[in-house]
Design a protein around this ligand. Structure first.
Ligand code: PLP
Length: 404
């Protein structure tokens, strides 16, 4: 049973006021809010069993290690990953991508090709550009279309025996487009390329089954799925993780150290140098438990209702244009109103207690494609209500009147 009133009570922040008005939080694509269950988990860790992990024989260290490894298991099960050692706990999506990009430095030679999409977040473009600079590999881009989808014919014609790696997001953070990742994985594998999928934006909406999907790498951040900031995961097929060199040197990632030579620890520790975000990892597990207690089918159904209601309400405002109209999309709406700067709309609705994002959303290539400087982006989570959408629509209408 999906009971929105009970769910909203789990999120203490949702009952606060902003500028004297009840908070309407519609910036979920930037980060999600945290339920009491996750907050309690964080307080419990620091109150009762804070210790460094994998090091001490003492009771607290054992307890923290057990909880951390239990969280890794939860992540493994949630994402449908075959083995716990294929789950690398990182500081987030950006860190995870950099581990892979750095690792490919030693595997690429000049003339090799990497394919990315025009829908990518900057954190997914820059590491590949740096990798190409280091190796002489060439970056190719899958073009987008007016609906905000990717051109699959163009993708297939970019693929060749030169392609070594394909990188694509599961869902666009700016437009909400759900990309056909199963098809893209199959096509990448046909030419012998690996595929890395950025799940930062999908993890709060969709529960993937990575073994069935068969992608080579999948990355995400806990903070976009009700967990804390500064923690995330890198999934890699074991054979790939064995092949890639470690990203950072330090404690915990070594087997034997002498000044002549160091041998590395096995997976997953090879990629987990130094003291990790112990509390964050454990709370990531708590966030996964929380989302599963609501259920991803219920989440999807409610968010679909929010999306269609908000689309209808916003399109009723004269002069409002929505960017990203793919049939396959999640509860994200990017829009502009004739001649009005997105930032000005964002500022006025903020005065009314509504949190939306304005600007380029770390996706300048999408802005260039539409020839705009930015958009207003309202992104909805399962804890948002239809009433909040009414508040948004009324506020946008008011902003339009004030600004035009
Ligand atoms: C948020 C986001 C990122 C970056 O995640 P961090 O947690 O900031 O590392 C990357 N890709 C997409 C699609 C995102 O939405």
């Amino acid at each position: 049973m999906f009971d929105l009133t009970t769910i909203r009570k789990d999120f203490p922040i949702l009952s606060r006021k902003v500028n004297g008005k009840p908070l309407v939080y519609l910036d979920n694509a930037a980060t999600s809010q945290k339920p009491q269950q996750v907050i309690d988990c964080i307080v419990d860790y620091y109150s009762n069993y804070n210790a460094n992990i994998h090091r001490g024989v003492h009771a607290l260290s054992q307890e923290a290690t057990d909880k951390y490894e239990a969280a890794r298991k939860k992540i493994q099960q949630h994402f449908g990953i075959a083995k716990a050692q294929e789950v690398i706990i990182t500081s987030g999506t950006t860190h995870s991508i950099n581990i892979v990009a750095n690792g490919f430095s030693s595997l690429l030679t000049p003339g090799d090709e990497i394919i990315v999409s025009q829908l990518e977040h900057h954190s997914n473009i820059v590491p590949w550009q740096m990798l190409c600079k280091r190796t002489g590999a060439v970056l190719k881009v899958i073009p987008m279309n007016q609906a905000g989808g990717l051109e699959m014919d163009a993708y297939q014609s970019l693929l060749s025996s030169k392609t070594k790696l394909v990188f694509v997001n599961h869902i666009s953070n700016t437009l909400g487009t759900i990309n056909p990742i199963a098809f893209m994985t199959e096509k990448a594998h046909e030419v012998g390329a690996a595929i890395l999928i950025d799940g930062a934006q999908s993890c709060s909406h969709i529960k993937p089954d990575l073994v069935a999907l068969d992608c080579d790498f999948y990355v995400t951040s806990a903070h976009k799925m009700c967990g804390p900031t500064g923690v995330g995961m890198l999934y890699g097929k074991e054979a790939w993780l064995e092949k890639l060199p470690p990203y950072q040197g330090g404690g915990e990632m070594i087997d034997q150290v002498t000044f002549e030579q160091t041998t590395y620890a096995g997976l997953p520790h090879k990629f987990e140098a130094g003291t990790p975000n112990v509390c964050g990892g454990i709370a990531f597990g708590a966030a996964i438990d929380y989302l599963n207690s609501i259920g991803f089918d219920s989440i999807a159904a409610h968010e679909a209702e929010l999306l269609s209601y908000a689309t209808e309400k916003l399109l009723a405002i004269e002069g409002l244009k929505i960017y990203g109209t793919s049939k396959e999309k999640t509860s994200v709406i990017s829009f502009n109103i004739n001649g009005i700067h997105a930032y000005d709309i964002g500022t006025i609705v903020d005065k009314l207690g509504i949190a939306v994002r304005t600007g380029q959303h770390c996706t300048q290539p999408i802005m260039d494609y539409f020839n705009i400087s930015g958009t207003v982006r309202a992104s909805f989570a399962f804890y948002n209500s239809l009433e909040e959408i009414d508040v948004l629509a009324a506020a946008v209408e008011r902003a339009k009147m004030m600004l035009s």
